[in-house]
Write a protein of this length. Structure first.
Length: 354
């Protein structure tokens, strides 16, 4: 098969982890006789430095004319420390998600038994943990109007959700649950927020079409506790944009490192694949980043966008095998142990793909 992939390395460790994923994709292409063509685009702080715009027109064009998008990471502390900055790296990924309508962010949380010990949770809590966070990605407080009042004495961010936005993400969650453990936990703050009450009402309506799937509702504060207390009981967690952002970082602690977790951001026409972690700028260029989250995101791309199930499994199994063999990156190594660099670790995963 011939596929064109838009590659957006972005900032910080982005370029390094993307490079390892491309090596793996090339190995898969060779093994299965595919042709992958890569079109590179600028995004984030590196795009601001070169063009003044975190999401240049050319990048959007590359994304719109490719079969899928592979994304690294975004962010730079020089903007975090400047709250007045008008142009910010994160606007790059937010505008990309919005303009391509990538409304469904799928974040699977699975755990490697060999890494139980690097998680702060007790081993017995981690057994059978296997859930997916389905996060709404193009609505909510992220995209509501932002304002400053009376020369910055106050500010506001508007949180809005339409019924249609809730319906389409709810359907995604139920469709996923149907193929899994048939359980949806919808997370909201319906005891306080009107958008959450509309959310709950709408999710209840959608659930009528999925009689085989069990639905329960949890408040987000309680969910953040239950993810730690009984993580193995979740199957599909359905939630809005900001709650999903926060809960997915929390859930990564179960896996032992945020560097391990992939994600897919899917719309009707386009799909983007990215690790859930940030740009980790301090580690940039040091060959210490964990490429697994990005490599597994590439595997999700093979499965979901290209319908290459066998190829996706080859990559996922290669990652599993590498970890099983005791190979570790810095973030997953117990402190006394030696660890491998990003490149060396990526190279072993690649060998295990062949
Ligand atoms: C994520 C990130 C982004 C988000 C940032 C970089 C804008 O934290 O993908 O989880 O908040 O969505
Ligand atoms: Mg986040």
């Amino acid at each position: 098969m011939q596929k064109t992939i838009a590659v957006l390395p972005g900032d910080g460790i982005g370029p390094e982890i993307i490079e390892e994923s491309i090596n793996i994709l090339n190995a898969v292409a060779k093994k299965f006789n595919h042709m992958f063509e890569y079109k590179y685009g600028l995004i984030g702080a590196s795009a601001i430095d070169k063009t003044g715009d975190p999401f240049p027109k050319e990048t959007e064009e590359i994304c719109r004319t490719s079969d899928a998008i592979l994304f690294g990471a975004i962010g730079d502390p020089k903007y975090d420390n400047d709250p007045r900055a008008k142009v910010r790296p994160e606007q790059g990924i937010l505008r990309l998600r919005k303009s391509l309508e990538l409304f469904a962010n799928i974040r699977p949380v699975s755990i490697y038994p060999e890494l139980f010990d690097i998680s702060p949770l007790k081993n017995e809590k981690l057994k059978n943990v296997d859930f997916i966070i389905v996060r709404e990605l193009t609505g909510g407080i992220y995209f509501g109007e932002k304002k400053r009042f009376s020369s910055s004495k106050s500010a506001s961010d508007v949180l809005t959700y339409s019924k249609d936005e809730i319906k389409r993400i709810a359907k995604k969650a139920f469709d996923l649950a149907k193929k899994r453990k048939k359980k949806v936990t919808s997370v909201d703050k319906a005891n306080v927020l009107e958008t959450s009450r509309l959310w709950r009402e709408t999710v209840n309506e959608i659930s009528q079409d999925y009689s085989g799937v069990e639905l329960n509702h949890l408040f987000v504060d309680n969910t953040s506790m239950q993810i730690i207390k009984r993580p193995s009981e979740f199957d599909v967690i359905l939630t809005e944009n900001m709650f999903g952002d926060i809960l997915s970082d929390e859930a990564s602690v179960l896996a032992g490192s945020i560097g391990l977790l992939p994600s897919a951001s899917i719309g009707e026409k386009y799909a983007l694949y990215e690790p859930i972690h940030g740009a980790f700028n301090k580690a940039a260029g040091k060959n210490i980043a964990n490429p697994v989250g990005t490599i597994l995101s590439a595997a999700m791309m093979l499965r979901l966008s290209f319908k290459m199930e066998e190829e996706a499994q080859v990559v996922e199994n290669a990652v599993k095998e590498t970890i099983k063999d005791g190979k570790r990156t810095k973030d997953t190594a117990p402190s006394q142990e030696t660890y491998l660099g990003t490149k060396e670790f990526g190279e072993i995963i690649k060998k295990n793909c062949l």
